[in-house]
Design a binder for this molecule. Structure first.
Ligand SMILES: Cc1cc2nc3c(=O)[nH]c(=O)nc-3n(C[C@H](O)[C@H](O)[C@H](O)COP(=O)(O)OP(=O)(O)OC[C@H]3O[C@@H](n4cnc5c(N)ncnc54)[C@H](O)[C@@H]3O)c2cc1C
Length: 455
């Protein structure tokens, strides 16, 4: 039950029009994109607030902290591990009204409020003549959510994940203080790096309100190279060879024909390329350099039993391939129990994929596999038809991943659905240190409780 008078107090902070009450009016804020069978159930007895600035966020958090009311920071709701789902009665803080973006061309930086969307940022950056390479899937994700999850995505190979682009943060602590970390700086060694602690903390240490992001100069030219193979083994064993060749693509994705056809059909499009499995490489830079890199990768592909590569140069062709790749998740979601994002050292990705095949065979299960090949990041879906074997399959995939020197989540995070596994696969001393950090930031455990850690 929510505290009596809470709604009125919140209205006093953000104004009546920015407070929403009643399940029917806030339905879309009660879930995220986690597969339904494993998504935590939301407690609809919540109040939704939409602050317009950091000071309002601070006053909301002070009020919540004084009264020990759970607070759920919310971005675009595209998370895949239930992080933004309110699992107890409390306050949902949506940052959507805080969406200003400023481009600082002199310093090659953007300053974005947390509620700006990835799509909005990409548009502003492109219009200003710069580029922001990361593209973690859904453009409806917000900058605060992307930083809170340290999102990765396809284009992390050359320039890294969100963490590599964040130079500064404004954060409101659960106790209400507004702090800034870093800034428009490329170097900063003043003590422990608390900014990097907050990046990836999944809304458990503070509410991110503003982000300084590094930009790149616009790349003059890009092309998408499709490297087809007849076997997964040949395709994935080609990945380390590409990485050793001196060519670092912007993205290097692994997909299978069956999944690309399914995704294309889901979008009302067609997948027309020959081959059973594919590596998709995005190359960007000066045109002549990109061409010679494409030639080099094509040669490596053919030397490793690959078929004839195809090149997409037109923007619409490139976008279509990326769109079909990005929508594999959406096409499979309806029939999926869960999507795993295990990650191993890049050279072990072939062994992980083979092990997943063996696990599938052992259980008579269907486990579709695709992923960010050069990052060793494998997405595998456990399907609803295999619901009875879900726990066993998940456990075996996680155990194999750990035995290969990997991690159970490379980009989606722990959220509310992988806490048990975090504890299982993490040294108890590390859990103790994490709990200590959480208590320092959030002594009353009000911020996104039961996410990442159970306190
Ligand atoms: C089709 C699809 C493809 C995807 N592809 C990728 C991919 O390739 N790589 C990848 O990494 N992810 C991917 N994702 C997952 C998702 O887009 C990311 O996790 C993203 O970072 C979530 O951002 P959001 O704004 O939607 O956050 P939400 O889902 O709203 O929240 C996610 C977490 O962040 C916290 N949070 C949100 N905003 C703030 C804030 N301002 N301050 C503090 N905490 C906050 C929430 O409390 C929650 O714990 C994909 C998702 C979909 C649906």
């Amino acid at each position: 039950m929510l505290m009596e008078g809470l709604v009125e107090q919140l209205e006093g902070i953000v104004g009546r029009e920015s407070v929403v009450r009643g399940k029917d009016k806030m339905e879309s804020y009660l879930f995220d994109e986690t597969c339904i069978p494993v998504r935590p159930s939301a407690v609809p007895d919540c109040v939704l607030v939409k602050p317009a600035n950091s000071m309002e966020v601070s006053r909301i958090l002070r009020l919540a902290n004084e009264n020990k009311i759970p607070v759920y920071p919310r971005g675009g709701g595209t998370g895949l591990v239930g992080g933004a789902v309110p699992a107890r009665s409390g306050i949902i803080v949506s940052l959507e009204k805080m969406n200003r973006i400023e481009i600082d061309g002199e310093n090659l930086m953007a300053v974005a409020e947390a509620g700006a969307t990835l799509g909005g940022l990409l548009k502003a950056v492109e219009e200003a003549g710069f580029s922001f390479p990361p593209h973690p899937g859904d453009e409806g994700a917000q900058i605060g959510g992307l930083v809170a999850c340290n999102a990765g995505g396809a284009r992390a190979v050359k320039h890294g994940v969100m963490r590599s682009f964040v130079r500064g943060l404004e954060v409101v602590l659960p106790t209400g203080e507004i702090l800034t970390f870093g800034g428009k700086l490329l170097k900063d060694n003043m003590g422990y790096n608390l900014m990097h602690l907050i990046i990836g903390s999944e809304g458990t240490l503070g509410i991110i309100t503003k982000v300084v992001l590094r930009l790149n100069p616009k790349t003059p030219y890009s092309l998408t190279l499709l490297l087809p193979f007849n076997s997964r083994h040949d395709a994935l064993n080609t990945v380390p060879r590409i990485l050793r060749s001196g060519v670092t693509p912007l993205a290097l994705e692994y997909v299978e024909k069956e999944l690309m056809e399914l995704s294309a059909e889901h979008l009302g499009e067609k997948w027309v390329f020959e081959g059973e499995v594919f590596l998709i490489a995005i190359l960007a830079g000066e045109e002549n350099v990109v061409y010679s890199e494409a030639e080099k990768l094509s040669q490596i592909c053919v030397e490793n039993n690959g078929l004839e590569p195809s090149v997409a140069e037109r923007r619409d062709e490139q976008e279509s391939i990326l769109r079909i790749r990005s929508n594999i998740y959406t096409a499979l979601k309806r029939d999926s129990m869960d999507i795993l994002d295990t990650t191993v050292p890049p050279s072990a990705i072939g062994r992980l994929a083979d092990a997943i095949d063996t696990i599938a065979e052992k259980h008579g299960a269907y486990i579709p596999v695709y992923g960010h090949a050069a990052d060793g990041n494998v997405h595998s879906h456990i399907m609803k038809r295999d619901a009875e074997k879900y726990e066993a399959i998940k456990r075996e995939i996680y155990e194999t991943t750990i035995s290969l020197g990997g991690t159970i989540t490379g980009e989606h995070g722990v959220g509310k659905i992988r806490v048990k596994e975090l504890y299982r696969f993490t040294h108890p001393k590390k859990i103790e240190l994490m709990k200590g950090v959480k208590r320092l930031f959030d002594p009353n455990n009000i911020l996104n409780p039961s996410t990442v850690l159970e306190i």
